[in-house]
Design a binder for this molecule. Structure first.
Ligand SMILES: *Cc1c(COP(=O)(O)O)cnc(C)c1O
Length: 361
């Protein structure tokens, strides 16, 4: 499976006591990766259950009851030179800081975040849990490349009444990941649901936002589409995002357009990286509102971006029964070139001129 729950053994835990954060790295039960690969499904399940359990964390709390929590997602990528590097952890640290403040939690310091992510990746690599670089990935622009998926998240103190989390934990786990979209097509459809509302939490990477995104995506899938596209809640005319990725439109006039950030759009780090790469390539990038009508009549390529998705072209967009066809897969030149640039930098095949990679092993 592309994104199964297959935790690496080392887990990071930090807790705020009202004044400072105390940190610990915990080595959960494990064998060697080779030994684990030989376990029966049942034995494996038993081991994963143990590994996915920290008795210290309370069952009843603001996060499990009300969705009051936020998280991050980033990757460590195996490099051609044999090392592992984390992609822009400083940006995730900053976003997590903003998210926690947005949820009225004591924010987690950025330096702790970056150090914890790199150190955890190193610890897992030291016990053999890490992907190895494969030459073969290069031919397909790393479409089949493997990576370590890093998931930092907050977890609240025990509570049942309504309240804010004053003494949260920050937990970081890691799991292997390969290509994300495994659906048989890359068709997208607009959804009647809304992900975010003005004045809401759409700009925060918070747990609760994912409820309508998951429902919309499942509905889209059951109708034969890979992805659901959200329109704005106020007018229903403007495009916002995919279910958990940002969206770009390459128009007939040669401009690349992506919805501008506001309080209903998640500021993706892949989005920011693609804007930078596109500008450096000489493309005109516009961050502005784009209506569904303009997208349906003017776009020649559409792609979504995110840590898990990378740059993923959409082969058609359906809105109210009307279908707008776009180039399939690698036939979309702009998406292909930008995707290849991003992956090339991430896997160390293209020089990292922006200083986006942080050593982790
Ligand atoms: C995480 C997320 C993204 C993508 O952000 P990246 O930093 O590029 O991974 C886009 N939209 C939503 C709603 C998200 O939660």
């Amino acid at each position: 499976m592309a994104f199964a729950l297959n935790l690496y053994p080392w887990i990071y835990l930090a807790r705020f006591d009202g004044e400072k954060w105390s940190e610990q790295f915990i080595e959960q039960p494990h064998l060697s990766p080779e030994e684990e690969s030989k376990l029966s499904a049942e034995q494996r399940n038993e081991l994963m259950t143990k590994r996915n359990n920290i008795p210290l964390l309370p069952l009843v709390n603001y996060t499990t009851q009300y969705g009051l929590g936020c998280f991050e997602g980033l990757k460590a990528l195996p490099q051609k030179d044999g090392s592992l590097k984390v992609f822009r952890p400083d940006q995730n640290a900053e976003r997590m800081h903003r998210s926690m403040k947005g949820l009225m939690m004591p924010p987690f310091p950025q330096e702790l975040f970056v150090n914890a992510v790199c150190e955890l990746t190193k610890k897992n690599a030291q016990v053999g849990f890490r992907p190895k670089y494969e030459q073969g990935w290069e031919q397909e622009n790393y479409r089949d490349g493997h990576a370590v998926y890093i998931r930092p998240f907050t977890y609240s103190e025990p509570a049942i009444g309504l309240g804010i989390s004053k003494n949260p934990w920050v937990v970081i786990i890691e799991t292997p990941v390969s290509s994300y979209f495994t659906f048989p097509n890359t068709k997208a459809v607009t959804t009647h649901r809304f992900r975010a509302t003005p004045g809401g939490t759409g700009w925060i990477k918070c747990n609760a936002n994912y409820v309508s995104a998951i429902l919309a995506k499942k509905e889209a899938e059951s109708q034969g589409y890979m992805e659901a596209i959200f329109l704005d809640a106020k007018t229903g005319n403007y495009i916002e995002e995919g279910s958990s990725c940002n969206i770009f439109f390459y128009l007939k006039n040669g401009k690349l357009v992506t919805p501008d950030l506001g309080d209903t759009i998640l500021p993706g780090i892949t989005r920011a990286s693609i804007i930078q790469l596109a500008k450096d390539k000489g493309l005109t990038v516009e961050e502005r509102r784009i209506s569904i009508d303009e997208a349906m009549s003017e776009s020649v390529e559409i792609f979504v971006t995110g840590t898990a998705a990378g740059v993923s072209p959409i082969e058609s967009l359906t809105h109210k029964g009307k279908v707008h066809e776009l180039p399939f897969g690698d036939k979309g030149e702009v998406a292909r070139e930008l995707g290849a640039l991003l992956k090339g930098i991430q896997y160390g095949a293209i020089a990292d001129r922006y200083g986006w990679l942080y050593p982790a092993s």
